[in-house]
Write a protein that binds this ligand. Structure first.
Ligand SMILES: N#Cc1c(NC(=O)c2cc(S(=O)(=O)N3CCOCC3)c(Cl)cc2Cl)sc2c1CCN(Cc1ccc(O)cc1)C2
Length: 443
């Protein structure tokens, strides 16, 4: 990436006197030490463990410097707060590279809409987009700092874990165009009320330099500034869908702003709306109807997003198949436990092995015990040889069961899950948990 050690030290205000700093460009900045390559900078973050514990490992893997909040023998940028320094560097880099940002937020569909917008823009521009669920205060700056040097358009997804997150991310990214896909159901976002969710998502205008594209939903109206350029979507609004025809695994639709019929390789009216938004963004960047149609017809959709799904018996399933690392597992478990239960419903969680965590893996699995709250969680299903380390710490609780086979786990959850329950499913892709979700979703 186009950043030198000397430049980084200056931008983040490193407090130590870094004498001989090379003016060579660094390779990348990583917070997961497993990803460190020769020439990288390590960013220790306070996740499930304090990242400072892994500085030595990072240098063994080729890191040439690290951020650090205290003096250490290795080459380091001494700063008050590693994450704040990282975020400041990302904002600087975005400004330096002068890459226009399209920002997307919303309760559902933001990942699909981000993917579709990127596919449309890629017809004309070198486009980079948020990978996986890197949409928060760590993931968004990570995305900015990982964009290829020749990027011409950057499509950033903005997630809201807590009220105010979107405002912060928008100030950091300074988008030239912003979209809100929809304002969801309060209880599944645990934001108190739909008004609160709307106010939080409207934080996206904090750093916005151009147009906002938002749903017709009047709940956002109190948060629209007088002079804000805004396009509303929905029936009889500024932009809308006409002639939607759903087929088994694709659909066609028209819009009030394009002549051609569009096709996307996925059913669901919500996907048509997401595609319409992407088509509209395409017209804002003078991409032809033909190119928009072509891009949407072959868009690759990110499967298995971290979103709520429904079991065939009506239970809510939160499947988070991203980032199988100790921090992500702790974060999603804390979030899941803090969401109010459905009326007359219970909270169940399936936690499976996190793979490739190195020699500290047994302790990292046992560590998850620190965030399990059996006053909130009614059932805990542990699956995989590494999760046996956690099982040994919590097995005296009758709510816990351990499984070493996917089949017996699937049978057990299938017979236990009740219509008003909420189920969390988290673990490495290699544990094939998606097969459990498919089983539960099947009629
Ligand atoms: N704690 C912790 C660890 C990791 N945490 C993270 O990568 C991490 C992930 C997340 S996240 O939740 O996955 N995420 C990041 C991107 O945006 C969306 C949210 C966050 Cl928010 C913060 C951190 Cl610090 S990665 C990792 C550990 C601890 C063990 N590490 C491997 C290792 C094992 C043994 C060694 O000797 C050295 C390294 C890998």
């Amino acid at each position: 990436m186009k950043l030198t050690l000397e430049e980084i030290a200056r931008v983040v205000g490193a407090k130590n006197n870094l004498t001989e700093l090379s003016k060579e460009n660094i390779h990348q900045i990583e917070f997961d030490s497993r990803l460190i390559q020769q020439g990288d900078i390590f960013l220790p973050l306070k996740g499930a463990r304090d990242g400072h514990e892994f500085i030595e490992t990072a240098f063994q893997k080729g890191a040439i410097a690290t951020f650090s909040e205290h003096e250490i023998p290795q080459a380091h940028f001494l700063v008050e707060d590693n994450l704040k320094a990282f975020q400041k560097l990302a904002a600087y880099y975005l400004e330096k590279m002068k890459v226009p940002v399209i920002a997307v937020t919303g309760s559902n569909g933001k990942t699909t809409t981000k993917d579709m917008i990127a596919a449309v823009l890629a017809q004309k521009f070198r486009t980079y987009k948020t990978q996986g669920n890197h949409n928060n205060e760590i993931g968004l700056p990570y995305t900015i700092l990982h964009m290829p040097e020749d990027t011409e358009k950057l499509v950033l997804e903005m997630g809201m874990d807590h009220f105010g997150d979107i405002h912060f991310l928008s100030k950091l990214a300074q988008p030239s165009l912003a979209l809100i896909t929809l304002i969801g159901e309060a209880h599944l976002e645990f934001m108190g009320s739909r008004e609160r969710i709307a106010e939080g998502k409207m934080g996206i205008i904090a750093g916005l330099h151009g147009e906002l594209i938002a749903p017709a939903d009047p709940i956002i109206n109190p948060y629209i500034p007088e002079n804000q350029k805004i396009t509303r979507f929905g029936a009889d609004e500024d932009i809308y869908i006409t002639q939607l025809v759903e087929h088994k695994d694709y659909l066609t639709f028209n819009t009030n702003f394009l002549e051609k019929t569009l096709t996307i390789p996925a059913p669901g009216k919500f996907n048509a709306t997401n595609a319409m938004l992407a088509a509209y963004v395409g017209t804002k960047f003078n991409i032809s109807e033909k190119e928009i149609k072509e891009a949407l017809a072959h868009v690759e959709l990110t499967r298995n997003r971290t979103e709520w799904k429904k079991a065939s018996n009506g239970a809510d399933i939160l499947s988070d198949v991203y980032n199988a690392n100790p921090t992500a597992m702790k974060l999603i478990l804390e979030t899941f436990q803090s969401i109010p239960k459905n009326k007359k419903g219970r909270k169940l969680a399936i936690l499976a092995d996190m793979l490739e965590l190195g020699e500290t893996s047994p302790e990292l699995h046992a560590d998850i015990a620190t965030v399990i709250n059996f006053e909130k969680l009614d059932r805990l299903y542990l699956y995989g040889p590494l999760m046996e380390n956690l099982y040994k710490k919590v097995s005296d609780n009758p709510a816990v069961a351990y499984f070493d086979k996917l089949e017996s786990l699937t049978e057990s959850i299938k017979s236990d899950l009740e219509p008003n329950d909420q189920l969390l499913v988290k673990g490495s892709n290699g544990m094939k948990l998606s097969s459990i979700i498919e089983t539960l979703e099947k009629e």
